[in-house]
Design a protein around this ligand. Sequence first.
Ligand SMILES: [Zn+2]
Length: 364
Amino acid sequence: MSDGLPSAALFEGVVGQDDAVAALRAAAVNPVHAYLLRGPEGNGGLAAAYGFAAALLCPEGGCGVCATCRGALAGTDPDLHIVRRSGASLTKETMRQVVALAQRRPLAAARQVIVVQEMHLVLDRAPVLLKTLEEPPGQTVFILLADELTPDLTTIASRCAEVVFPPVPRDVIARWLEASGVPADMAAVVAESSGGNLARARVMVDDPDVAARVALWASVPDELAASGAAVVQLTQRVLESADRAVEPLRVAHGREIETLTEAAKEMGERGLPARKEIADQHQREERRFRTDALRAGLGVLARTYRTRVTGAAARGAIALGDQDVRAASDAVGLITEVAQALPRNPNEALLLQSLFTRLAALAA
Ligand SMILES: [Zn+2]
């Protein structure tokens, strides 16, 4: 640690988040009282929180080898508190426990660290924590994790130093999958459709439909070149394929609800409102997953247009005119626009149909 920063080894489990890790290592030297680590589960925020906590608790500022560092990484250090929701959201009771924890003195280290997971599920209970964040007890550092910045979280976020965990770059995910034994071609396809999320990539490795979905999107230019009439049918096929992509997630959600229903039978109707909140959360996740699947498809399509030009030129197979290059780059431009519009446009079918129509016109 000649540079005075915590050991990089503490962040070994964080994949493809160099900027966030650099920010946390720098912050550990002279920490403020609260951090908000923002990014979907699977982007590395939780692993980074453990590494950061180790750096804050270690008597040597994060050596990476002492008992404190190892305990913090394993989540067993007595001065590291991990708070998770017990129901569908972070309840008022849970938030009160967090406030009480913050008043305690550290047992062994110079400070204590409280990690709160899924702060985006704090709903209207954020104010319970606000006062503690504004006038923090001297020895407590908060590490709050959130998938996204919800309106309920805005005030809390303004009291925290924020560190963003963006989607992990595609090539990083592909290399990571290969290193864990996934064949190279499969790793590339999964990385392509993962939306930059490692947890999702890990699930997708087992999904036989992934390769077919990528092939479908890659076939769009040829289908459109063959017949402009393919537009409607193609739109339908890519939308159906996005539906199938969400299916495994729907099944997992269904199982979760079933388990809760069983539990409610045993414990009484107290479980009912929680189930409603969970179902809403599931629906949001499924919508986002579906949009991500479509955007991943559009990414495949854009790359297909790009490689058609560069690939053909490299092979010397065809003499490319300026016009071909321009058409391909126009196509990529159109696709990028649609990918950006997709999350806020409720009519996916119309959006895709209009894109395919314009792409077909470019090919003509
Ligand atoms: Zn240490």
